[in-house]
Design a protein around this ligand. Structure first.
Ligand code: ZN
Ligand code: ZN
Length: 263
């Protein structure tokens, strides 16, 4: 059995917990250390049982709490070379004693969890997504993607749980408050995955064995949970997949109030 919890999700900060019988890991730590500590405590997760932090990329919404947490708890940090370089240049690794580079496609085992990286298309140095496997169960965290390449689709296929970006509704984005250059950045190949682009891949994932879909990294300004959910449910229904019968679908909340999921 694996334990999964989206502690924080969205443009205001991301942090996902995955646990096994032996301990756990955090994928991204994009809000303050204090908020992450509180979120862990609320779920009876002892920080001493966290064995490592895996970071997807250097943007603040993924690393805001990194330095304080790694210094405070001595957690090892793992990320791509590009991400580590960017963090180092920004002085965000000062005081982090255990820092390890991972290659694309590399697998390492921590706390009985096999963690494998895959590359994601985003306007950072070298963005990773992660697959985590333990006890015969597998999940994927795939966010911050301008589009969804076949390589990512293949990497996450077969995971029972997929935590996948459904960032924005393009019409809301175009008519929303963001300046033009930012709209273009989000819509571009190195930006963020739209509801429709996310929804398009979901039927194939269910066919390959996914039973839990978590729509994640929603934009606070250019999306709503209802819109993201509708888009996904519609695409699944058109492919003959019934949510509730064939799979479960939830939306990750910004400041996760979700309990830990066991699956
Ligand atoms: Zn980013
Ligand atoms: Zn992000």
């Amino acid at each position: 059995m694996l334990r999964y919890c989206s502690l924080f999700s969205g443009s205001s900060g991301n942090c996902t917990y995955v646990g096994s019988a032996e301990g756990g890991i955090l994928l991204d730590v994009g809000v303050s250390a204090k908020r992450i500590e509180t979120a862990l405590k609320d779920r009876d997760i002892d920080p001493a049982t966290i064995r490592a932090v895996f970071v997807t990329h250097e943007h603040t919404d993924h690393v805001a709490g990194l330095q304080v947490l790694c210094k405070r708890y001595g957690w090892p940090l793992l990320a791509s070379e590009g991400t580590l370089d960017a963090l180092c240049e920004a002085g965000r690794l000062d005081g982090c004693r255990r820092v390890y580079m991972m290659e694309e496609g590399q697998q390492i085992t921590v706390a009985g969890l096999q963690v494998t990286t895959f590359a994601t298309p985003h306007d950072s140095r070298a963005c990773f997504g992660y697959c985590v496997e333990g006890d015969g169960r597998r999940l994927a965290v795939a966010t911050d993607m301008g589009y969804l390449p076949d390589e990512v689709r293949e990497a996450i296929a077969g995971c029972q749980l997929v935590h996948i970006e459904s960032n924005h509704d393009p019409d809301m984005l175009r008519s929303g408050p963001y300046p033009y250059y930012l709209q273009q950045r989000i819509l571009g190949q190195g930006g963020h995955l739209s509801n429709a682009a996310c929804a398009q891949v979901l039927p194939g994932l269910v066919e390959a064995g996914t039973t839990r879909i978590v729509l994640a990294h929603l934009s606070a300004h250019n999306n709503t949970p209802d819109l993201a959910k509708h888009c996904a449910v519609d695409a699944l229904a058109r492919a003959g997949v019934c949510v509730g019968r064939d799979c479960l679908l939830t939306v990750a909340e910004p400041a996760g109030t979700q309990p830990v999921t066991y699956f």
